[in-house]
Design a protein around this ligand. Structure first.
Ligand code: 13P
Length: 250
């Protein structure tokens, strides 16, 4: 077992109004009291304020699901890292496959956002993952290594230590088809070895790597017990109080 602290993050995606976010977090607080893990809720932008207020006095940290890479300017509809940081946001998800697929996010914009996040003191949760076609063609390792390297261009060793990398195979997201613990471990190990190659063994032993894709209370703990898996990025199951609380337990 490593001594990395597990990080369990709920990615709410486009769900919950500010009022719903507030009551969910207030109800979650007592349920996670005994968890030794880091608990994060990645909420929609409009829910950030009420979520931060609701989370006060608990260990729940609030994340954003995206940010723009520029500091400010004429970018209608966008939100900067500085804005998020000033509200009390801790983490920001960058490069989720839904953003890559539906909003033209590329390895280049992911890298620019990662750099911008560090600049304003946010910790990135960087998402990588292969499609089913890539997996079936035997391209998983190559694709993941490429995505990790591209996301980390220009990132220093001290910065990368604060990063979280989320391995989310696209074929497992929202499908109910979870990667087996062995499949997930294999790719998370590849991610750690890529970081070792880019930085050092010491740095690679500090970076936390999550698995995401149909994580549920009944499969989470097997996944999180694997050597290179340091928690999860949870979609659907993070919207249900008892389910998410059970995933964060431990
Ligand atoms: P599901 O847990 O709903 O499969 O979503 C995973 C995900 O995309 C988390 O970011």
């Amino acid at each position: 077992m490593s001594n990395r602290k597990l990080i369990i993050a709920g990615n709410w995606k486009m769900n919950k109004t500010p009022a719903e976010a507030s009551s969910f977090i207030k109800e979650l607080k007592p349920l996670i009291k005994r968890s030794r893990n880091e608990v994060v809720c990645a909420v929609p932008f409009v829910d950030i304020q009420t979520s931060i207020t609701a989370a006060r006095g608990s260990r729940i940290k609030i994340a954003a699901q995206n940010m723009h890479f520029e500091e400010k300017g004429a970018y209608t509809g966008e939100v900067s890292g500085q804005m998020l940081k000033s509200m009390g946001v801790t983490y920001v998800i960058i490069g989720h496959s839904e953003r890559r697929e539906y909003f033209a996010e590329t390895n280049r914009t992911v890298n620019k956002k990662v750099i911008a996040a560090y600049k304003c003191g946010l910790k990135p949760i960087i998402c990588v993952g292969e499609s089913l076609a890539q997996r079936e063609a035997g391209l998983t390792a190559e694709h993941i290594r490429y995505q990790v390297k591209a996301a980390l261009v220009g990132v220093t060793a001290d910065q990368v230590k604060k990063a979280v990398i989320a391995y989310e195979p696209i074929w497992a997201i929202g499908t109910g088809r979870t990667a087996t613990a062995e499949q997930a471990q294999e790719v998370c190990h590849i991610i750690r070895m890529t970081i070792k190659e880019l930085y050092s063994k010491r740095v690679s032993s500090v970076v936390r790597i999550q698995y995401g894709g149909s994580v549920k209370a009944d499969n989470a703990h097997e996944l999180f017990s694997m050597e290179d898996i340091d928690g999860g990025l949870v979609g659907g199951a993070s919207l249900k109080l008892s389910e998410f609380a059970a995933i964060t337990a431990g």
